[in-house]
Ligand binder design. Structure first.
Ligand SMILES: Cc1cc2nc3c(=O)[nH]c(=O)nc-3n(C[C@H](O)[C@H](O)[C@H](O)COP(=O)(O)OP(=O)(O)OC[C@H]3O[C@@H](n4cnc5c(N)ncnc54)[C@H](O)[C@@H]3O)c2cc1C
Length: 428
């Protein structure tokens, strides 16, 4: 049995790693010339810049992965400073403790008191958007100024476009939260349950997929796009430009639109459903500044008239030589990608100056079309997704987008596929 994995981002490479640990043979095909998918680290003027994820929580599976790949010495733990939401002309501190909740100027007294009613509100409802859910449970202020910008901002979406069941609901399930958010947070605090640390690597996030690639490179084919998945007498065939590869099982880790194209002949209805899922586009601009702003970064409240969605302060998080990563665009401004590079530079620099009071110079501008799952109402099409036996989907539309979620899902799918393979062998 050979498992064919389409996509050599973190999901595909982690899948191969876990399958190999289970003694199951697999082969990865990736269209790009480097491993890692959206994870992309470069050095520019001597500074390490990440164009995809800036950091990850070191969840237990990621922690083990780091050890098994011998990366412990390259790991850098973030100096977790304050996080801010920018609104009404100032960056305002996000509260993480009861004391900070009392002190923050992000919410009025009325907004803070309204939070206390949350345990009396119910769990998410099936058709609710993030905005209606947060407003109903936490009150209008906390929805609009605190949780809404922090949550939707990460996906470059607006909370009134996002469905709870496709996004926040999954996060609640993953953390076993079925009732009140406040009660769950209080219980976690009493248990002393800390979040795993946020980390990167000395040479950036791409260190992780590169190490996975190095460990399995004889079974990873870069520059090899898969053009179709076809039924075969036994299993399937993966069609690449130069050959047709027989495999017993297929795991697709590609973005929904690509997967839709690949499944056209073997699962047309699923292909049609996946083609409907919306992904948001972003512009990533790296700035260099003399000043080091204290903190992890800021999100911009979504009704403010800025094109910047949020900024990660790599300078203070990881001591990275004045580097700030700005995300611009998102669901409300898809046309921003059509602006000239000079315009995007100026925009990022001037909005950063306005929000922080700090002068900065743009180092790079990168357009990233359709890169972030929108988790909006178009994702209702997931109800029509079902794959034939032997074809598995392992991607952010199946689970969660963050690296801990990607690695956890890869491990789960690898375990299930390996169990079938072991059963096959025993049957033989
Ligand atoms: C800008 C940005 C910032 C982010 N920030 C964070 C963060 O700070 N922390 C965090 O935890 N997560 C973050 N994420 C989310 C996380 O990085 C991604 O969800 C995750 O890396 C996706 O990995 P993947 O392997 O599932 O998909 P991808 O990385 O999309 O990999 C899919 C792979 O499929 C390949 N492919 C495409 N078409 C074909 C084809 N026809 N044949 C073969 N191969 C093909 C592609 O080349 C690619 O390598 C961020 C994501 C983005 C985009």
């Amino acid at each position: 049995m050979t498992v064919g994995i389409v996509g050599g981002g973190i999901t595909g490479l982690a899948l191969q790693h876990y399958l190999s640990a289970e003694g199951v043979e697999s082969v990865v095909f990736d269209a790009a010339s480097e491993p890692g998918g959206v994870i992309d680290s470069r050095r520019v003027e001597g500074r390490v810049l990440d164009f995809g994820p800036q950091r990850t929580r070191l969840s237990p599976p990621l922690d083990s992965l780091v050890d098994s790949l011998g990366l412990r010495d390259e790991l850098r733990e973030a100096d977790d400073g304050p996080l801010y939401v920018y609104r009404d002309g100032a960056r305002r501190r996000v509260p993480f403790t009861p004391r900070e909740a009392v002190e923050t100027d992000l919410l009025s007294w009325r907004g803070k008191l309204r939070l206390l009613a949350e345990p009396l509100t119910g769990p998410p409802r099936d058709q609710e958007t993030i905005e209606t859910f947060l407003t109903r449970t936490l009150g209008r202020e906390a929805a609009q100024y605190l949780v809404g910008p922090l949550y939707a901002g990460v996906y470059a979406s607006h909370p009134d476009e996002m469905r709870v069941k496709h996004s926040f609901g999954r996060a609640l399930d993953a953390h076993d939260v079925s009732g009140s958010l406040l009660v769950a947070a209080a219980k976690a605090a009493l248990r002393g349950a800390d979040l795993p640390p946020a980390v990167t690597f000395d040479d950036g996030m791409q260190t992780l997929p590169e190490a996975l690639y190095a460990a399995h490179r004889d079974r990873v084919h870069l520059d090899t796009p898969v053009e179709a998945v076809r039924d075969a007498a036994e299993g399937f065939r993966l069609e690449t430009p130069s050959r047709s590869v027989p495999v017993s099982t297929v795991i697709l880790t590609t973005p929904a639109a690509t997967t839709a194209g690949l499944l056209d002949s073997v699962a047309p209805e699923t292909a049609q459903a996946l083609a409907q899922l919306t992904y948001n586009s972003l512009v990533v601009v790296h700035l260099a500044a003399e000043a080091t702003l204290d903190g992890a970064g800021h999100q911009v409240q979504y009704d403010e008239d800025y094109r910047t969605l949020g900024v990660t302060y790599n300078a203070s998080l990881f001591g990275r030589d004045g580097v700030y990563t700005c995300y611009l665009g998102g669901s409300r401004y898809p046309d921003l990608l059509d602006e000239s590079t000079a315009t995007l530079r100026r925009l990022a620099e001037s909005e950063f100056r306005e929000m922080t009071g700090v002068d900065a110079r743009a180092l790079t501008v990168r357009r990233r079309p359709n890169v972030m799952p929108a988790y909006d109402t178009s994702w209702d099409a997931l109800d029509d997704v079902a794959t034939p036996p032997g074809i598995h989907l392992c991607a952010n539309y199946e689970s969660r987008a963050g690296l801990p979620g990607r690695v956890r899902q890869a491990k789960g799918v690898a375990t299930r596929v390996a169990a079938v393979a072991t059963g096959d062998r025993m049957a033989v």
